[in-house]
Design a protein around this ligand. Structure first.
Ligand code: NAP
Length: 280
């Protein structure tokens, strides 16, 4: 069994981006990401801080807009439109979830597609479907980058994705399909899930439940990618896969933490550079 080292691959991606950012800077382009956070959700604050830190390390400029929880929809839309029109801003990220009184879909749909570094805008979602994309959603893109880094063949392989969310499961399935995987998607209404997951050469779990994937669900020698980010009974960060139970059956497996997680921000940084290049 080989442990897939997301920290290492993420550091390599970020190092590569830093070199490219430096070159663009020498030619007068400073890559800028605008990060909007509304309210005081603690998890969102941690995510935003990590994104700003990644920008600083790579050599991008980040501008934070920290808005009060009482911000109205019109105020937030006005800010997004201002950032859309600002030629010095390359990427716009509105940290989700937003407070309940704000319409997340309306806000994310208002971000210009060429500045939509999260790839949530319907135009970018549609482009992913047809395989002609500028931006890839960060988490599925991170998984693909890990598979590539470890020379894991997707062509002709049985790929099973557990989860069908718009930000992970669906785009993940599409990216595997584009690489000629034979893809099956499982979700909460799937019957006999273990029978399906046992057919997987590559199994990606994006459910959000600790110890959901157990050894009896995994084929010998499978590649197992764990997207889940959960807390176990002791409050410790863990994935969807019962790692102790499953790992020895696999050929490759991602740990949590240190697997898919570090790749997500690296892919956001990659999208931000791409946005700057498109706008240039
Ligand atoms: P989500 O929107 O809650 O989707 C979860 C999916 O799992 C749904 O499609 C759901 O099916 C399915 N599911 C739930 N219970 C199931 C069951 N018993 N059997 C089969 N399928 C089941 O979550 P998400 O946003 O996709 O995130 C999934 C996990 O990935 C979470 O732990 C999240 O924290 C993590 N995550 C990690 C990163 C990272 O950077 N590592 C990034 C994003 C998300 P239905 O559609 O039928 O309800």
């Amino acid at each position: 069994m080989t442990l897939i080292d997301g920290k290492k691959i993420s550091a390599q991606v970020r190092q590569d981006l830093a070199v490219q950012a430096q070159k663009l800077k020498e030619n007068g382009t400073e890559i800028t990401l605008a990060v909007v956070i509304v309210g005081d959700d603690q998890a969102s604050r941690v995510y935003v801080n990590n994104k700003k830190k990644a920008c600083a390390e790579i050599g991008y400029k980040s501008i934070e807009f920290a808005l009060d929880a009482t911000t109205t929809q019109d105020e937030l839309l006005a800010l997004v439109n201002k950032l859309n029109d600002d030629p010095t801003v390359n990427g716009i990220l509105v940290q989700l979830p937003l407070p309940k009184h704000l319409d997340e879909k309306l806000i994310t749909d208002t971000i210009k597609p060429e500045k939509d570094v999260d790839a949530f805008h319907p135009v970018n979602v549609g482009k992913i479907m047809i395989g002609d994309y500028d931006f890839l959603p960060c988490t599925p893109a991170g998984v693909m980058e890990l598979l590539k880094a470890y020379d894991i063949e997707i062509n002709g392989k049985n790929c099973v994705v557990i989860g069908r969310s718009n930000i992970v499961g669906k785009p993940m399935s599409m990216l595997l399909l584009h690489q000629n995987g034979t893809v099956t998607i499982c979700h909460s209404r799937t019957k006999n899930i273990a029978e399906i997951t046992k057919t997987a050469d590559i199994l990606v779990s994006a459910v959000g439940r600790a110890k959901f994937v157990t050894a009896d669900m995994v084929k010998d020698g499978a590649v197992v990618v764990d997207v889940g980010m959960n807390r176990d009974e002791n409050g410790k960060l863990c994935g969807d896969v019962d790692f102790a139970d499953v790992a020895e059956k696999t050929s490759y497996i991602t740990p949590v933490p240190g697997g898919v997680g570090p790749m997500t921000i690296a892919m956001l940084m990659k999208n931000t550079l791409k946005a700057a290049l498109i706008q240039k």
